[in-house]
Design a protein around this ligand. Sequence first.
Ligand code: 6R9
Length: 659
Amino acid sequence: MAETPQGQGQETLSNLLQESRSFPPPADLAADANVQADAYDAASADRLRFWEDQARRLQWEQPWSNVLDWNPPFAEWFTGGKLNAAVNCVDRHVDAGRGERVAFHWEGEPGDTRTITYADLKDMVCQAANALTELGVGKGDRVAIYMPMIPETVVAMLACARVGAVHMVVFGGFSVDALGTRLDDSEAKLVVTADGGYRRGKPSSLKPAVDDAVRDRPAVENVLVVRRTGQDVEWNEGRDVWWHDIVDRQSAEHAAEAHDSEHPLYIMYTSGTTAKPKGILHTTGGYLTQVSYTHWAVFDLKPETDVFWTAADIGWVTGHSYIVYGPLSNGATSVMYEGTPDTPHKGRFWEIVQKYGVTIAYMAPTAIRTFMKWGEEYPAQFDLSSLRVLGSVGEPINPEAYMWYRTHIGGGRTPIVDTWWQTETGAIMVTPMPGITHGKPGAAMQPIPGVVADVVDESGESVPRGQGGFIVIREPWPSMLRGIWGDPERYKKTYWSRFEGLYFPGDGAKRDEDGDLWLLGRVDDVMLVSGHNISTTEVESALVAHPNVAEAAVTGASDPVTGQAIVAFVILRSEAGDGGSGLVKELREHVAAHLGPIAKPRQILVVPELPKTRSGKIMRRLLKDVAENRELGDVSTLTDAQSIQTLQEAFQESGKSDE
Ligand code: 6R9
């Protein structure tokens, strides 16, 4: 929550940025779109019935008796129903005669490839499920997955789902400590890992971190290890098991039990700000219903012809919902890529799009801004004409990044779906629909059919058009978190206590004159400058709108005169060189011209890197520590802990003012 000194803030959240560009859906896409405007009417006429209709897209072994049991803030969806998530993702496509369809075109970073059909995937998942049973892992047990982006990661998740074990995927880049606290909290009995994976052109080991984390954790009975890189590994006899030793010799037959709709499917930890990570719990029927529906509706998926690619890590909720459960439940063909976008060259993503004929691509604004920084000559070398829908997720997309994405990747034709959601919401909540909604650069537009979102002020009243406030969700939705693992009180306090009866995601938002929604980042990041609540997003977007700037991060630092002052860190586009001496002054004026003098940054520092999490979110709280000359807080979920130190030194050297 933003600290708003009483009586000082004149508005909940300022609305400074004016953006008037708007793109209608392409006519051919609109005519043939999976979802038409009547979906919104159907859902608002009878929301529960709408979700029942979507649940019927899945295969249930036993139908539900009740759509929703709602004991605020605890929801149960499709109670009495039974289904198996793995069967929905794999077996039913094979049973329907689609076993030869490719589930994954997998591309390893060194250039090795694997083509995995639905029939292959079914065999692999059944074998892995049998191996889990042999290792004594059964229904309700927790399994940690600490893996590179290889097919076995998907197989391990689905094998857990099949036997009813609860998977808990930890980013392969997280530290031993981060892995350890998650093992403790979830009480996992098995860890699935690999010797390593490929990142930035070389093998990057994983097993040693697991060895360290598991050493003093006897609750972990076995470590199941996939051989990916061939690196030497220390072997703990009796505890460690090679995947190829135990999985490959299993039968490819496995009779799957149907689980209750509310059976836990997975736990995914969000780091939050500082304290203990929160284990966000998702269950089976409601989660699968909404991820499957949104993947089909929001991306306009045509499973027979589309090639879908979420360029994100499976260790992020985006990977869970839109690499694994969404695409597979819809029988889609996906691309899965192991490595980094600049290995061995800065056109790798676009080479992959060309090679597999990707039609729908989904990625984070941080990646898009990185591509902007490198320059448009990289995508220009490849044929990207297969693309028909582009998606964005993870942070607000700055209007200029949106325009760059649309122009240089989408050839000026493709709609962009800017999808707002969270680990907690499980699936997309607010987004344009590519065949219905006009796209506005930087706006997530409207809640999907069946989701009731609003923007409210401090007292929980809806704000009128043209004003900013807090986004809230008014009614339960199928893929909502079912709680925080082992901590129902924290669940109530974190999400349901700010506004009576409303789910509070913690994000700021504004409603524009047309009634469309713009997400403005975490309210903890909002800056209070001379009595105005200013979102970091708007200032960052104004900076990115300058032709020399590729990426920007801003934070509020305490200031004797204005309460807080805006401090900005910017990365320049490659053609801008070092920007020259007048650039900082020019950028400050540029922001003032765009947003008004109130938003003019006190300081701007040009930097080579910004501190980011593995899912690409800028860690503004660390930048705040830097801007206020404090010791750095928790850096355990940072991609590159060195970069923040370099940045801190540069900041200290730059002195107090750029005047
Ligand atoms: C899916 C995911 C959730 C937070 C969320 C918000 C930010 C995500 C966004 C967006 C603006 C979008 N966020 N998508 N902000 N526009 N399209 O990112 O989950 O890692 O839990 O983060 O990300 O602040 O509250 P998660």
